[in-house]
Design a protein around this ligand. Sequence first.
Ligand code: GLP
Length: 261
Amino acid sequence: MEIVIVPDPDAGARLVADAIAELARRRPELVLGLATGSSPEPVYDRLAALHRQGELSLARASAFALDEYVGLPAGHPASYRQVLLQQVVDRLDLPPEALAVPDGGAADIPAACADYEERIAGCGGVDLQLLGIGTDGHIGFNEPGSSLGSRTRLKTLTDATRADNARFFDGQVDRVPRHVLTQGIGTISGARHLVLLAWGEGKAEAVARGVEGPVTAMVPASMLQLHPHATVVVDEAAAARLSLADYYRAAWADKPSWQGL
Ligand code: GLP
């Protein structure tokens, strides 16, 4: 696991977007795992800028969302499909049909989840998976207690996560669905490279527990410790509670350039 401490989210976004652009040049058919929430937004802004400058094409790529709310009407602005259409598809050349999102409106939820797993496997798995982190340490919508081997399935959100996400529902916590579909922790761990992004002091405790605490279902982000290629990109505020922060800075400063991200 590599911890990269950057001065601000823009610096982190440049680093991650440049790595994605490099991957896309080497492998135009790359499979991206997309997160939602505010953490990946600067990365999507930077990817859009690289595309405008002619330095990035996702025309032959495909993308899988981590999760989706259950029961929102199609086209609801807070649905993750809608968010990713706006933030990624509309601003890059990723074909809309190349974006897959768990079907939160499916009549048969277990079948929709099994189908999602098959679709990911059918693409050969995810090359690079972007992740945010919830204040309770969740990744995707895998709340504390989620099995570390879980696959795509229905989950119930905690009150804390619904309160955190109420800002996308006009501040009305009652409008935040209770149920969601999310890739499981086992599903996420199948991606070849995990890149977790966290900004601001509100994430400092979750980051420290995920990165330096014990591996436990109570902190789903701690699964990164078991992954062979996991990168955690944090700003100074989100790094504030890391006990080995000085070591991470030194290791990054001395990293051989051939290693890449
Ligand atoms: C939601 C999403 C997660 C995201 C988390 C943190 O729960 N399902 O994928 O990581 O929010 O969001 P933010 O980046 O806005 O803090």
